[in-house]
Write a protein that binds this ligand. Structure first.
Ligand code: 13P
Length: 325
């Protein structure tokens, strides 16, 4: 059986990246409704089957993050999702947080929950075939935000989660997402991302989380989506790499970015531009959700006749991101 260090390296190596297909039931339901598909258990299952059975995905995707409901579902041929992924040579991951909830005493800010019972859930997920996990914390910029309270509470949760995963046999993907919502500048995003990542690595050290057994999943450093002054691709890429060089220890095997609401093409261009920013101590790859699967969902729209076309679109996005690396 592979060690956690081997799994962490496998997730980020060989020009491959991680696909996030772990939307909660409510998020997945609204995405399905958005393309005219009824938000039923069966339609969620069918859509996830379309994703994981895309031919050739293994060439550009090392692991797929699933939600709890999908981990317990089966493909139409009867195989459980984690077993099918193993057959395809793709590692199965599981989102273990239970969502971002309003943080007491911090108007407009959230803290991610899910630590209660996590030790037992990790043991169950390992027994079902998961090799890695994900926990997403969200940090908002704007109007005096983020508060020190929100940063502290969120990095504490991430570090406790990461420790429990490593203890139980899962590689934690540690995701502190500084959100793109708002009109903040590139410089403001850089400042907040720096503060969050510094606080995160202090907390990970305190909780004795092993750096070589984790993957960091940060936001790229970009301007807020309503900022009138949008940076050039090369500027955002260089600023992202500079910020990571200042804050992320070289012992981390890899950094796998979220896409965060960027268009699929822009996320890929940023990823490509970062590979030209000098030599780096860690692998830089993708762990996109929307930027990988969004166009495929738009193509499918619940129509069996568009199944293959949707898989081709997904495959195209995955290949483009692997090439950008
Ligand atoms: P996006 O790439 O759509 O931001 O999703 C990545 C993810 O896993 C969010 O938790």
């Amino acid at each position: 059986m592979a060690t956690l260090t081997e799994v962490a390296h496998a997730l980020v190596s060989d020009r491959r990246g991680v696909l996030a297909a772990d939307e909660s039931i409510s998020t997945m339901s609204s995405r399905l409704e958005g393309v005219g598909v009824a938000p039923t258990d069966e339609n969620r299952r069918t859509y996830r089957e379309l994703i994981v059975t895309t031919p050739g995905l293994v060439d550009s995707i090392s692991g797929i993050i699933l939600a709890d409901d999908t981990l317990r579902q089966r493909l139409s041929d009867g195989r459980a999702f984690p077993d099918a992924l193993a057959d395809f040579g793709i590692l199965a991951g599981i989102k273990v947080d239970t969502g971002a909830k309003p943080l007491a005493g911090a108007e407009g800010e959230k803290v991610t929950e899910g630590l209660d019972g996590l030790r037992e859930r990790v043991a169950e997920y390992v027994s079902m075939g998961a090799s890695f996990a994900k926990w997403r914390a969200v940090i908002s910029i704007g109007n005096g935000l983020p508060s020190a309270r929100a940063v502290r509470a969120n990095v504490h949760g991430l570090a406790r989660y990461a420790g429990l995963c490593q203890e139980g046999g899962l590689v934690p993907i540690v995701e502190p997402e500084v959100l793109m919502d708002g009109d903040h500048s590139l410089a403001q995003c850089q400042h907040v991302t720096r503060v969050v990542l510094r606080a995160l690595f202090d907390e990970l050290a305190l909780m004795q989380v092993k750096l070589d057994e984790m993957v960091l999943k940060p936001n790229m450093v970009v301007a807020g989506k309503d900022c009138p002054d949008q940076p050039e691709v090369d500027d955002a890429a260089q600023t992202t790499v500079d910020t990571l060089r200042e804050t992320v220890p070289s012992g981390v095997p890899g950094i796998a970015f979220l896409s965060g609401g960027q268009s699929p093409e822009l996320a890929t261009r940023h990823l490509g531009a970062m590979q030209n920013c000098g030599s780096l101590p860690w692998e830089l790859t993708y762990s996109f959700g929307r930027a990988l699967v969004g166009p495929a969902l738009e193509t499918w729209r619940g129509d069996d006749d568009r199944w293959e076309a949707a898989q081709k679109v997904l495959s195209g996005r995955a290949v483009a991101n692997a090439a950008a690396r």
